[in-house]
Design a protein. Structure first.
Length: 458
């Protein structure tokens, strides 16, 4: 197993539970890949970016269960919003059956007017009637689809963009319409269990402690700081993995679970030039910026807050959420997805921008002292779910019989999410077990369409 991110970990744990001795190699000193944390010299545990899940992410929940981390996820059934005028809104489920369970709170949402809500409701009904697969969504961007649905400018900015940029890490003019619609169908419409938000109550790296144990207890090995230099092939099969330190590790099967833009550099030149590997160069990437602020006093009450009309999209109250080393004041983590405009800005410029926006959004920050601040830029955080990206996303199986791929960028049916990463790991594990004549079904099915949604969907 090459790569210890969520894709590699989920594959390794599933194989270990099936009795396969797994050797997992990760070049970093910690597990988790882009969804991990580390300790600052001051002692604070810092996530590289706040990651959240939803009830519709059934495979991620299954992975947390396998890793013994399910108890470390806190679930919330309310999302809090704050617009630039200071109006606060909440979206939460009611007793109505899906797809209407969120309708009452949406009807009262203060940051949208009646024209916005009418247009949004009409588009959501179209999604529900189509069972999440409207025929006119294929091959176009979400912005194009919304314009075809005659959405208002304010509705696009304050509703559709607010949800989708965070969910997909991509702007709506670049994101495929079908992936965007899936977010609303699976998370907002099809089943009321799809909506709750899950947030880790421990540093991200702590979620994976059970993975190491699961692999070791079944005769496997986990090596960090193990940078792979190349994967070696002979007579049409993968035979070994060579490390930077000179070690060569033989392998019966190799699962490559590294970022898509790193795969080609690990393969022999002639193999990297073949499909599906050559097509990976067509997948584009999107950035995420995480900003960490430590204040000398409490400045917000909510566990998290979604900001409208601002650069900062989410503010997470890490002190409330159980961050280790948060101290006596308050620790906030700010998230800016699809942060193209920030890539070239200095860290101090980003801190100043976010500090100014917090002064407007959270008045208590005006008097509070900012004791520390950290900016983490992930310039290639995810692959971009462009309308044509599925053309270039490979399956877990490759032309090499004992060589497999895993990663959220593979053909999982999901965009670049933790759920997609885990699905890819399970798909790769299924392929390995099938090759061993031990077929198993590891990928969990989506939540069933429930309530009125089952009746109205065509």
């Amino acid at each position: 197993m090459v790569g210890g991110g969520l894709a590699g970990l989920s594959c390794a744990v599933a194989l270990a539970e099936a009795g396969v001795a797994v050797r997992l190699l990760e070049r970093r000193p910690h597990l988790g890949g882009r969804a991990t944390s580390y300790v600052l010299p001051s002692g604070e545990h810092v996530d590289n970016c706040q990651h959240v899940t939803m009830g519709c992410c059934v495979n991620l929940s299954d992975f947390y269960r396998r890793a013994g981390a399910a108890a470390h996820i806190r679930w919330y059934d309310r999302i809090y919003f704050l617009d630039r005028a200071g109006s606060r809104g909440v979206i939460e489920p009611s007793f109505f059956p899906p797809p209407l369970h969120l309708a009452p709170s949406f009807a009262l949402f203060p940051s949208l007017d009646w024209a916005d809500k009418t247009a949004i409701g009409r588009a959501m009904w179209r999604i529900a009637r189509a069972g999440g697969r409207p025929a006119d969504a294929a091959g176009i961007s979400m912005l194009d689809w919304l314009n075809r649905q005659r959405q208002t400018a304010q509705g696009i900015e304050r509703f559709w963009r607010t949800v989708l940029v965070s969910a997909l890490d991509e702007d709506m003019d670049r994101a495929g319409a079908q992936y965007s619609i899936d977010v609303f169908w699976k998370g907002f419409l099809a089943n009321r269990k799809g909506f709750p938000i899950g947030i880790p109550a421990v540093p991200l790296a702590a979620l994976y402690d059970g993975c190491r144990e699961a692999i070791l207890q079944r005769g496997g090995e986990v090596r960090t700081r193990a940078a792979v230099r190349e994967m070696r092939f002979s007579e049409g099969a993968a035979v070994s993995v060579a490390l930077d330190d000179g070690a060569v590790i033989p392998a019966d099967y190799v699962v490559c679970a590294v970022p898509h833009d790193a795969v080609g550099g690990l393969l022999p030149t002639e193999l990297a030039a073949r499909e599906p590997f050559a097509g990976l160069r067509h997948l584009r990437v999107s950035p995420i910026t995480g900003v960490h602020f430590w204040f000398d006093r409490p400045v917000m009450r909510e566990p998290f807050l979604t900001l409208l009309d601002r650069t900062v999209q989410w503010v997470f109250n890490k002190s409330e959420l159980g961050a280790a080393g948060a101290g006596p004041g308050q620790y906030l983590q700010l998230v800016i997805s699809a942060s193209y405009d920030l890539v070239e800005r200095s860290r101090q410029e980003i801190i100043d921008l976010c500090r100014a926006e917090l002064r407007e959004a959270l008045p208590a920050t005006r008097e509070a002292q900012l004791t520390r601040a950290t900016v983490i830029k992930e310039t290639a955080a995810t692959f971009s779910p462009a309308p044509d990206c599925d053309r270039w996303r490979p399956s877990a199986r490759t032309p090499v019989p004992n060589f497999y791929l895993a990663g959220d960028w593979t053909r999982t049916g999901w965009p670049a999410t933790m759920e997609g990463a885990v699905r890819s790991g399970y798909l790769a594990a299924e392929a390995v077990l099938a090759a061993e004549n031990r077929p198993a079904r590891l990928v969990q099915p989506d939540l069933p369409v429930a309530g009125l949604a089952r009746l109205v969907a065509r």
